[in-house]
Design a protein around this ligand. Structure first.
Ligand SMILES: [Zn+2]
Length: 278
């Protein structure tokens, strides 16, 4: 349910991951809502857009399962017990994402409503955690630890895409979004020079870039980062209108241009990972 793309050039301390681009819908999903609605929640094509990082010595991990089935960018406790039939044996701490229906296991898609016409069994949710969340986190944790052991540091980039506009269900309301939103959890998940370098490269290419607004970074940049120990994690959100048709998720005319620009961004981050941050 996950895939790791290994470096095809001498390795640098650069690890990218794409937790939301998976499109292999498991047979036991059992959703009631139309599949085409669910597919719009994918960060479609993100694993392809960032795949060339391996040519720069970086590694790319990506999920094959869809994020609405199980979202690896959530804490295990981020769960709404009202969607589960039977006793849940673990602690829960629902975040704002769960209240929007987008926690560890999604239960609704915005105005389209509930994903299921049933409750999920506790065993079913446990199985999704074991088959999706745990392998994904074991892989990213291992890749980051190996990079740190080998190079004394890592630069981890957690890659996403976002709808071109917010809506009444989103954090930012019904407004047009910038081209990129970089998230470093208000400066706590990576050295500010990494965020500044990424923002400068993208602005030089002509993009509108916001930082930590409205997306600061979630579980995957929180959990493994520790800038004081040279463990740096940055989240990147790309506006989907730059590269795809948002309702059909087909690649658009801008796709190749964006992919070339992302290579410039990755080249700058690879240089930082290679040289270190002093
Ligand atoms: Zn995402």
């Amino acid at each position: 349910m996950i895939r790791i793309e290994a470096p095809v050039a001498p390795a640098v301390a650069l690890v990218f991951d794409s937790p939301h681009s998976g499109s292999q819908y498991p047979d036991d999903f059992g959703h009631a809502i139309d599949r085409s609605i669910l597919r719009r929640s994918e960060d479609a094509h993100i694993e392809d857009l960032f795949a060339p990082v391996t040519e720069l010595g970086g590694t790319l991990l990506h999920a094959l399962f869809p994020r609405c089935y199980l979202d690896p960018n959530r804490a295990l406790e981020d769960l709404d017990l009202s969607m589960i039939d039977g006793d849940w044996p673990h602690a829960v701490a629902p975040s704002g994402k769960t209240r929007q229906g987008k926690g560890l296991v999604w239960y609704r898609v915005k105005e389209h409503g509930p994903i299921y016409d049933r409750k999920l069994t506790a065993a079913e949710v446990q199985r999704r955690i074991e088959q999706c969340w745990q392998p994904y986190h074991a892989a990213i944790s291992r890749l980051l630890d190996e990079a740190h052991a080998r190079h004394g540091r890592f630069v981890h980039v957690n890659c996403h895409s976002m709808a071109s506009r917010g809506d009444s269900f989103s954090e930012d309301g019904p407004v047009a979004r910038p081209d990129f939103v970089l998230g470093d959890r208000d400066g706590s998940s990576c050295d500010p020079r990494i965020t500044e370098t990424a923002a400068a490269v993208l602005r030089e290419l002509g993009y509108r870039v916001a930082v930590n607004d409205p997306y600061k970074g979630m579980e995957l940049v929180r959990r493994y980062s520790n800038p004081g120990r040279a463990r740096h994690s940055l989240q990147i959100e790309i506006n989907r209108a730059l590269y795809m048709e948002e309702t059909t998720i087909e690649r658009s005319d801008g796709y190749a241009r964006l992919k070339a620009h992302l290579f410039e961004l990755m080249r700058a981050l690879a240089a930082l990972a290679r040289e270190g941050l002093g």
